[in-house]
Design a protein around this ligand. Structure first.
Ligand code: FAD
Length: 461
């Protein structure tokens, strides 16, 4: 899109959330000349990566009166991406060999990601924009601006007017529970992965884990260490699937989907196998949830499709003053936050313009029709999969920022292939040293690291 003719204007912007998305959004908005207030209900930055051994009181998170625990991170979690491709583009996520407390592995622990985000916040003085322990409870349009009501931990509520609001509240806190016929009478324990922390409660149990992607694959193997048997129900598997996945465990089986659950404790899979299980762990994903947002009915969520959003960021009739950073589910999350927020910041300042409201709606309707024609269910609208790089590069071109690097895109592609083919070992054995080398050379060329690439390539594990 051509740069706009308008003079650059500075807006007063509220950002909701100080996770990875909110942090980089605040930085990009300030760089563009806006004034920024970040609202964060926790005591610190980091969002999802702030591990809490405490889970919610309702293991399925269905009770609306429960007190919310934001993070879904479990104790053993290591990232599912190599660190080079996970970090922001101008602040590489490189090992900190200078600090013994840090995890220098290529696929690092959740603590290391939190430490990286803290480093990022410190480097760019982001905390000075953040109001901690302040929850946004209502956001509504008022005379072309936005009224934001927030509540502090001391229960003091405050209304403020902003020119624009960027929603960065994360979308891994509100569980999606798969429906199983007969489950109401099934007598065992049920828990969603949002509330899973450690395997100990499953000692000597027979456990059914529903879902076999990143969290399901990890959690099932974590539980295997202490359980008698673990049975994965996998929607992606053929109806007659019944197999022992390769790996050191001899108490793990993969089945097709669950058919029914019964009062006698049995779970019947579509492959005809029956197990008498003590527990079910739902690794069945999350729902988008914006309980604070009132757009007078303009926006809605239908089967987990957030309607209507131009390129998953701007609701046409409310754009650009309302935007969402971080909605699509894809591999390169942090870089996506960075590119989306550069777009938001530059459109808000008037450096670039959006198409007309009608054109944006037309684009949305066409994209829904394309998904329909491909047979993609509505609930996958924001799952970008293979087109993630194309999507990011499209936005990058819109706001004149660098495209996604070749090595970053390829690390995602090859990393996910390894995740699927070798879920037990993909974090410790890899075949893409060529890409890793390309990444560190790129960091050096751009003067983003202060050591020669060999310092990292030879010492890292
Ligand atoms: P969050 O980190 O969830 O931050 C949202 C923030 O908003 C929180 O701090 C929250 O307290 C705050 N907030 C919410 N509502 C309000 C409100 N009303 N008022 C004030 N504050 C509010 N990504 C990767 O790149 N690599 C990985 O290996 C990886 N592993 C993952 C593993 C799991 C189990 C999950 C669930 C996700 C994983 N992800 C991974 C994706 C991860 O979610 C993103 O990387 C990213 O950290 C999300 O950042 P965010 O800022 O969008 O959301």
């Amino acid at each position: 899109m051509a740069p706009a003719q308008n003079p650059i204007s500075s807006q007063h912007v509220a950002v909701i959330g100080a996770g990875a998305a909110g942090l980089v959004t605040a930085r990009e908005l300030r760089r563009e000349g806006h004034t920024v207030v970040v609202f964060e209900r926790e005591k610190q930055v980091g969002g999802l990566w702030i591990y809490s051994p405490k889970a919610e009181s309702d293991p399925l998170s269905l009770d609306p009166t429960r007190s919310i625990v934001h993070s879904s991170v479990y104790e053993s979690l290591r990232t599912n991406l190599p660190r080079e491709c996970m970090g922001f583009t101008d602040f590489p996520f490189v090992p900190r060999f200078d600090d013994e407390s840090r995890d220098s592995r290529r696929y690092q622990s959740h603590m290391e990601v939190l430490a990286y985000l803290q480093d990022f916040a410190r480097e760019f003085n982001i905390e000075e924009m953040v109001r901690f322990e302040t929850e946004v409870v209502r956001v509504e349009p008022v005379k072309g601006k936005w009224k934001v009501r927030s509540k502090t931990s001391g229960d003091i509520s405050n209304d403020e007017i902003f020119d624009a609001v960027v929603v960065c509240n994360g979308h891994y806190t509100e569980p999606n529970i798969a429906h199983i016929p007969g489950i109401k009478l099934w007598p065992g324990k049920q828990i969603h992965s949002h509330n899973y922390r450690v395997p100990d409660p499953f000692e000597n149990e027979v456990v059914v884990v529903i879902g076999n992607f990143a969290s399901g694959a990890d959690i099932s193997r974590d539980i295997c260490k202490v359980a008698k048997e673990v049975h994965i129900a996998s929607r992606a598997s053929e109806r007659d699937t019944y197999e022992k996945p390769p790996g050191p465990r001899n108490n793990l089986w993969v089945h097709s989907e669950i058919d029914t659950a019964s009062e006698d404790g049995s779970i019947v899979f579509k492959n005809g196998k029956v197990v008498y299980a003590d527990s079910i762990v739902y690794c069945t994903g999350y729902k988008y949830y914006f309980p604070f947002l009132d757009t007078n009915g303009y926006m809605s969520i239908d089967e987990n499709r957030v309607e209507h959003l131009y390129k998953h960021v701007f609701p046409p009739a409310l754009a650009p003053s309302l935007s969402f950073v971080g909605l699509p589910a894809m591999g390169i999350q942090f870089v996506m936050f960075e590119i989306q927020s550069k777009w938001v910041a530059s459109v808000l300042s008037g450096r670039f313009t959006l198409p007309s409201q009608d054109k944006m709606m037309e684009d949305i309707i066409t994209s829904y029709a394309t998904l329909d024609a491909l047979g993609v269910p509505k609930r996958y609208t924001h799952k970008l999969g293979k087109i993630q790089c194309e999507y990011l590069n499209w936005i990058a071109e819109e706001c004149d920022c660098p495209l996604v690097e070749h090595w970053r895109n390829q690390e995602i592609v090859r990393g996910y292939q390894r995740l699927v083919s070798h879920p037990e070992t993909y974090r410790d054995e890899w075949d893409d040293d060529d890409l890793k080398e390309e990444a560190y050379k790129d960091f050096a060329t751009k003067k983003l690291i202060s050591f020669h690439p060999s310092y990292f390539l030879e010492s890292s594990i």
